[in-house]
Design a protein around this ligand. Structure first.
Ligand code: URA
Length: 242
């Protein structure tokens, strides 16, 4: 294990800047393995327990987050023109590279995973793994059995043919309909394009499920939580990473 400067570790794992981290260390607010260390440039083993004001710093090597993305935000680590999902999270998430797994469109809401684990993220997005994603869509017009059939057969779009997928109609009338769409792939704006190709403009779109992870009701839009150990394990099992 390579040793790292204490001020860097502190700044990497908290919202403190490097200057603020140095001040906190000199002020005696930081302990390493139970001892107060007051030297910002001292090198320490990053695996040791480090506390700030008696609160343990997070191990930055493994952070798994479920965010209920609201509409109106870009899914990107940063963007100079528009707010991103990272605006909803503590700034040090960017520092420790806790990154979105794939994308939801600006106008799509719901379940978005973010993680520091690049290998797991990569596998979850790999088309060959076929991880199921479930969306709830409200569309203009009346969905019917022909639409369900078209999804089952695989819809041809301008640049590719979507794999067979499931459309489950929850409610339908002449004005608007609600349905769940279950996809094993995740091309850009795929749900909108598939429904659009059937003549149904998407009015709202929300992701409910990503592989074994389900968005539960108590997590309001804009809120996030850490995945439980069981959820992380289930994700790893889904992509043979155990
Ligand atoms: N399909 C879409 O059209 N948009 C999303 O954000 C996700 C899937």
């Amino acid at each position: 294990m390579s040793m790292e400067r204490l001020d860097k570790l502190l700044s990497d794992r908290t919202d403190l800047s490097r200057v603020e981290a140095k001040k906190a260390i000199r002020a005696g607010r930081v302990q390493v393995a139970g001892r107060v260390l007051r030297t910002p440039d001292i090198r320490v083993n990053p695996a040791l327990r480090i506390t700030l004001d008696n609160k343990a710093l997070r191990d930055s090597s493994a952070l798994y987050i479920l965010l209920n993305k609201p509409t109106g935000l870009l899914t990107a680590a940063r963007d100079s023109r528009a707010p991103t999902v990272m605006n909803l999270l503590p700034p040090y998430f960017v520092k420790i590279k806790c990154m979105p797994v794939g994308r939801l469109d600006k106008d799509t809401s719901g379940l978005l995973l973010l993680m520091t684990d690049g290998e797991l993220a990569h596998r979850l997005l790999s088309p060959k793994r076929g991880i199921e994603k479930v969306y709830e869509a409200q569309v203009a017009g009346q969905l019917d059995a022909e639409d369900v059939q078209a999804f089952q057969e695989g819809i041809a779009l301008s640049d590719f043919t979507a794999q067979p997928s499931q459309l489950r109609i929850l409610q339908a009338d002449a004005e608007a309909s609600t349905a769940q769409v279950s996809l094993m792939e995740g091309k850009h704006r795929q749900v909108r394009r598939m429904l659009g190709s059937r003549g149904h403009e998407v009015l709202s779109l929300k992701r409910l499920k990503f592989g074994p992870i389900v968005l539960e009701d108590p997590l309001p839009p804009g809120a996030y939580r850490e995945l439980t150990d069981d959820e992380v394990q289930a994700l790893k099992e889904a992509v043979n990473l155990v």
